[in-house]
Design a protein around this ligand. Sequence first.
Ligand SMILES: [Zn+2]
Length: 156
Amino acid sequence: MRIYNFEEGAPAVNADEIYMKEALKLAQKAYEEDEVPIGAVIVSQGKIIGKGYNLTERLNDVTAHAEMQAFTAAANFIGGKYLKDCTLYVTVEPCVMCAGASYWTQIPRIVYGAKDEKRGYQVFNPKIIHPKTQIVGGVLEQECGELMKRFFKSKR
Ligand SMILES: [Zn+2]
């Protein structure tokens, strides 16, 4: 029995893809500002409570990664430093710094798009993620990775 009223043959869009698309919009914004195109959103109970995109060039700050901006914005929104009941959506696998920051936020779920084979946290230390944090990779991987490839190609 079908309980969903989706159009025949149309692929079901899941929530992770919907929020990843929002993160992608921010990555696109970074791209247009000549920043490494990575975007992030933090969602709590179906609502986006923090957003960020890479600003390392504009701020002259190597720590200004998309995830760091989003963590700060979400904590400000909540009025507390812990991001329990939240999910981080980020277009590219977090680096060790952001993965480490995610540990401190106690965020229970991280969803990323493209894998970062060179600087992703898994290359250096997969254990940096909190053992209770669920990780989902590869959501809209193609789109997320494509933007990065286009950016670095234009830099050559
Ligand atoms: Zn990072």
